[in-house]
Design a binder for this molecule. Structure first.
Ligand code: CTP
Ligand code: MG
Length: 264
């Protein structure tokens, strides 16, 4: 493990920050979401594999649930730096940013909860930043119509759907731009690019990938399992276990104290 990241000794230094410190309340199940199993491997392990298999990432920093830093560090191996996350996602990313190596010029932020992200999407985001775009986000068109609704439940307006996009990760930034965005005091934003927009820096979109969807609610996990089962055996994302072993219990979550647990 780790030869991929270490061997990239030439070219730009690209760090990937992986916020993985959330509780996964909407998914439920009692285990932090990043450690919930998908096809026998924790989602976080799958998300990290996509970054390792990309051609451009040279450092990975994970923000883990504070009580599970050691467990996660053991799980991911020595080429990944694991730090304690914070109360909100922005706090986790801000803390992880401080652990990024000095020589890094491009920073990606990638949710642990997007376990089927193709490595090619990671490289496409990095390539766009290196081509001169200070902030780059992968996006998809919407299938549902979206309405803005007031607190009383009444529709305020219907933005034209053809101008709306759903935003994924990895989002990629010039390091100085992301650092400046995270230095802004109390800026409300639901993604990293939102903070960069508040700086007035242009944000560029590139085509996202359907498989990069975020596992948020129980049906998302079922969809992810189904997609995984249909991936070609040669697809690295279809691997059952990173260390070549097999888990006879199938899906196994990682927990503090007891290392694995069968999915009920
Ligand atoms: N995240 C984090 N630190 C937090 C909250 C979230 O690092 N304090 C991470 C999650 O682990 C996840 C990503 O941010 O990888 C996207 O967040 P989300 O999908 O909302 O995950 P959770 O916060 O875990 O889920 P929920 O909101 O349902 O509790
Ligand atoms: Mg959340």
């Amino acid at each position: 493990m780790g030869e991929g990241l270490q061997s990239r000794s030439t070219g730009p230094r690209v760090a990937a920050i992986v916020p993985a410190a959330g509780r996964g309340e909407r998914l439920g199940g009692g285990t932090p979401k990043a450690l919930r199993a998908l096809g026998g491997r924790p989602m976080l392990v799958r998300s990290i594999e996509a970054l390792r298999r990309s051609e451009s990432v040279t450092q990975i920093v994970v923000a883990a649930p504070p009580t599970l830093v050691e467990v996660v560090a053991q799980l991911l191996g020595r080429d990944v730096r694991v730090i304690a996350g914070g109360a909100e996602r922005v706090d986790s990313v801000r803390r992880a940013l401080r652990a990024v190596d000095e020589d890094v010029s491009v920073v990606l932020v990638h949710d642990a909860a997007r376990p089927l992200t193709p490595p090619s999407l990671v490289d496409a985001v990095v390539a766009a930043v290196l081509a001169g775009h200070p902030a780059v986000i992968p996006v998809l068109g919407l299938t549902d119509t979206v309405k803005e609704v007031g607190p009383d439940g009444r529709v305020i307006r219907t933005p034209p759907r053809d101008r709306l996009r759903a935003v994924q990760t990895p989002q990629g930034f010039r390091r100085d731009v992301l650092a400046a965005a995270y230095a802004l005091p109390d800026t409300p934003a639901t993604d990293d690019a939102g903070l960069v927009e508040a700086l007035g820096v242009p944000v560029t979109t590139i085509p996202g990938a359907q498989e990069a969807f975020k596992v948020t609610q129980p049906p998302d996990l079922i969809l992810a399992e189904a997609l995984l089962a249909r991936m070609a055996p040669g697809d690295p994302r279809a691997a059952a276990d990173p260390r070549g072993g097999t888990d006879p219990r199938g899906g196994a979550d990682v927990r503090a104290g007891s290392d694995v647990r069968s999915l009920g």
